[in-house]
Design a protein around this ligand. Structure first.
Ligand code: AMP
Length: 210
């Protein structure tokens, strides 16, 4: 199944996608993770996107579209994928329609107040990418990942100014995709406010797998 995970920053798309990958046995493609890896490795792409990401802004459409187009041309995604963080603009969605046919778009719905609470406390392992929360799900030893021993720290774009910017960008550029995909009859709404396990249940119900 070819799925898009849509929702504001902090809706939990990355965590849910990691769970859904095991359930559906399809690759998880996160444009944010690809950009972060490029940034960490200091590749030309990473150098290009670094400042844009840290400010909470969007990478330009043509760079992002080209990246996803190349990724979706690989054999492992022929039967399905979970696209997390793409598309984020109407031009990206229109471009995607030219090189892939999406089955469902899952809209993870959550109010801004919950987003601010989640992202303000989010801490990420720089080695394995596991997400923690400073208050609700802190690592056993501060700053050290329970799973791989890597360094746990705040994401550059989870700083307060960047969070505000990302929410503004989401409202202006990404939220219109909800109507875009609803009109195409592809949208499934999932309440993303509860804890992960419950959201997974909501997601399964929406997909009609229960
Ligand atoms: P994410 O991990 O999905 O929150 O993405 C982190 C950052 O990567 C975003 O704030 C953007 O700067 C960049 N990014 C990720 N996906 C896209 C996209 N589809 N279009 C433009 N920029 C993106």
């Amino acid at each position: 199944m070819k799925l898009i995970f849509l929702g504001p920053p902090g809706a939990g798309k990355g965590t849910l996608a990691a769970r859904a990958v095991t359930m559906l046995k399809t690759p998880h493609i996160s444009t944010g993770a690809i950009f972060r890896a490029a940034k960490a490795a200091g590749t030309p792409l990473g150098l290009k996107v670094q400042a844009i990401m840290d400010a909470g802004k969007l990478v330009d459409d043509s760079t992002t579209i080209e990246l996803v187009k190349e990724r979706l041309a690989q054999a492992d995604v022929e039967q399905g994928y979970i696209l997390d963080g793409f598309p984020r603009t109407i031009p990206q969605a229109e471009a995607l329609a030219e090189f892939s046919t999406v089955d469902r778009v899952v809209n993870f719905d959550i109010p801004d107040s919950a987003v601010l609470e989640r992202l303000g406390g989010r801490r990420v392992c720089q080695k394995c990418g596991h997400n923690f929360h400073a208050i609700f799900d802190a690592p056993k030893t501060e700053g050290v990942c329970d799973h791989c021993g890597g360094e746990v720290s705040i994401r550059d774009d989870d700083r307060p100014e960047a969070i505000q910017k990302r929410l503004e960008v989401y409202r202006a550029q990404t939220a219109p995709l909800i109507g875009f995909y609803r009109r195409k009859g592809l949208l499934l709404d999932v309440d993303a406010r509860p804890a992960v396990e419950q959201v997974i249940e909501n997601f399964k119900k929406a997909l009609g797998q229960r």
